[in-house]
Design a protein around this ligand. Structure first.
Ligand code: NAD
Length: 514
């Protein structure tokens, strides 16, 4: 384990892109205008790697949310956006994608500064974000309706129309990407959006708002409300003037958003947590399975909803496999995301570090064996930042909390199985159903197991690759609906049935007896 030195890179350079008030505080974005919070409140953002303050942002109030909703309503009900041609929407989305690409270096730096992930990971996120806009720019102009052969002289068909005002609430683990997964399909379909980024990581979403202005999106089409979830987020979820709420975050908050959405029966999409199984059979390609097991849990320091946080390994392979995994986990370079040598960064906040440490304590108390990690990074960097070493628990039981509950940190729980049936039973023994993977060289077995997995996103002989083109979402308590791909677009549209009577004459149902 190497403790990274403080990097030479000017980590604050990206902040110059943000729109600030006279006091230097970053402003919130209300449909084309930049404002302080209605009560002047701000929140200090902290660099997760150093513990140092990086910026103060306006903290949106309920009044700010109400203003954003009123602006959005006007933009949707009376503004040009919903009637703008698909070709024009696509042109603007492509311009936005190009602007992200042009600013990729600073966007990545901003993500690393705000949420701690290694620059290399942030660079992938930024490229993906640009490509997500491009994907939906392409989709906007493609055919979306259907025609129906009905038993009447009638031409029956459907068109897809925008839903209206969409409240979009996202977490801190992929601040830019989670925002884009929601904005791109929503804007492509002609909706107007009010985005509520995480209170910990609002910076890249605010910069993105500025780029939508520069790209030429009509004002009112987007607002961005940095601030506390139970304030600005809840105001969106509860509002009777918001037509759809799309939420990514924890199950608990998702439940509260769902309850609030019931007030006016909003359309709802939920992308929630996971405790996903990564199943390794003894005939798997050893090096590949070890490599992806590490990537599955330690990418983004385990702060990934689809993380392979449960490793299910066949008993005949378990000793050798876990020994190699522990050796490799100990070699992962933990440090400041700006240091090019860093392979795993800090957790996003003190709160998240404390939460992960609490689970490590619980795991030990429950009687699991700590095979590696389990503590903070040492030295000055470890004292200042929120670093937890890659951690592996073995000798677990299915009922343990570290096996059942989402930790959202670099903590792997190893489970051992004897045969295919046992692997499937263990894998599905979870309230979650987001993702899962199988490693084996037996193609038939791979498909048999995958088909029995109660999960929405699966891989065979890989873990984590995510595609803008393919649907993302979970079974069971991992959520409702799908993002990305054509499914993600459909989730931002209403379907209107249109029937044209081809025999324009009275139906004669009621007799005219006078
Ligand atoms: P969180 O639920 O605490 O917060 C998510 C967002 O909801 C934040 O913007 C927060 O401010 C807001 N929020 C909080 N309380 C609210 C309320 N009462 N009403 C409305 N909004 C509210 O989650 P988090 O800690 O930011 O993120 C981690 C969680 O997100 C994990 O459970 C993870 O699995 C999940 N996640 C899921 C996916 C997915 O695609 N399924 C992707 C990323 C993260």
């Amino acid at each position: 384990m190497l403790q990274a030195e403080r990097p030479a890179a000017d980590r604050a350079a990206s902040l110059r892109h943000l729109e600030c008030g006279a006091s230097g505080d970053v402003l919130l974005y209300l449909g084309g205008e930049w404002h302080a919070a209605s009560d002047g409140a701000t929140r200090e953002l902290v660099d997760p790697a150093t513990g140092e303050p990086i910026a103060r942002t306006a903290e949106a109030t309920v009044k700010d949310a109400e203003r954003a909703i009123a602006i959005a309503r006007r933009a949707f009900d009376d503004g040009p956006w919903p009637q703008t041609s698909a070709l024009e929407r696509a042109r603007l989305l492509n311009r936005l994608a190009d602007a992200i690409d042009r600013n990729a270096v600073d966007f990545a730096a901003m993500e690393t500064l705000n949420c701690g992930k290694p620059l290399r990971e942030a660079e992938y996120d930024v490229a993906d974000a640009a490509n997500c806009f491009r994907y939906y720019a392409g989709l906007a102009t493609k055919p979306h309706g259907q025609t129906f052969d009905v038993p009447a002289p009638s031409q029956s068909f459907t068109v897809r129309e925008p839903i209206g005002v969409c409240g979009q609430i996202v977490p801190w683990n992929y601040p830019l990407l989670m925002a884009v997964w929601k904005l791109a399909p929503a804007l492509a379909a002609g909706n107007v959006c009010i985005l509520k980024p995480s209170e910990y990581t609002p910076l890249s979403a605010l910069w993105l708002a500025k780029l939508t202005q520069d790209a030429g999106f009509p004002s009112g089409v987007l607002s961005v409300l940095p601030g506390a979830g139970p304030v600005a987020g809840a105001a969106l979820a509860e509002s009777l003037h918001v037509d759809k709420i799309a939420f990514t975050g924890s199950v608990r908050t998702g439940q509260s958003v769902m309850r609030a959405a019931a007030l006016n029966v909003k359309k709802i999409s939920l992308e929630l947590g996971g405790k996903s199984p990564n199943i390794v059979f003894d005939d798997a390609d050893f090096a590949t399975a070890v490599d992806y097991a590490l990537f599955g849990i330690y990418a983004n320091a385990g702060q990934v909803c689809s993380a392979g946080s449960r490793l299910l390994v066949q008993r005949t392979l378990a000793g050798r496999f876990v020994a190699e995994l522990v050796r490799r986990a100990k070699n992962i370079v933990v440090g400041d995301g700006f240091d090019p040598r860093t392979e795993m960064g800090p957790l996003v906040s003190r709160r998240q570090r404390d939460r992960v440490e609490e689970y490590i304590r619980i795991g030990s108390e429950e009687g699991a064996t700590l095979a590696c990690g389990g503590s903070r990074l040492g030295g000055e960097l470890g004292e200042r930042g929120n670093f937890i070493l890659p951690t592996i628990f073995t000798d677990t039981r299915p009922s343990m909390r570290i096996v059942q509950e989402e930790i959202f940190g670099p903590v792997l729980a190893v489970q051992v199985f004897d045969d295919e049936a046992a692997a499937i039973a263990l894998a599905n023994d979870s309230p979650y159903g987001l993702a899962g993977a199988v490693f084996t060289n037996d193609a038939a077995r791979a498909l048999r197991v995958i088909r029995k997995l109660r999960a929405g996103i699966t891989w065979i002989n890989a873990y984590h690759p995510t595609y803008n083109e393919a649907p993302w979402g979970g079974y069971k308590q991992s959520g409702i609906g799908r993002e990305l791909g054509t499914y993600g677009y459909d989730a931002y549209t209403e379907v209107k049935q249109i029937n044209i009577n081809l025999a324009v004459e009275p139906s004669g149902w009621f007799r005219d007896t006078e």
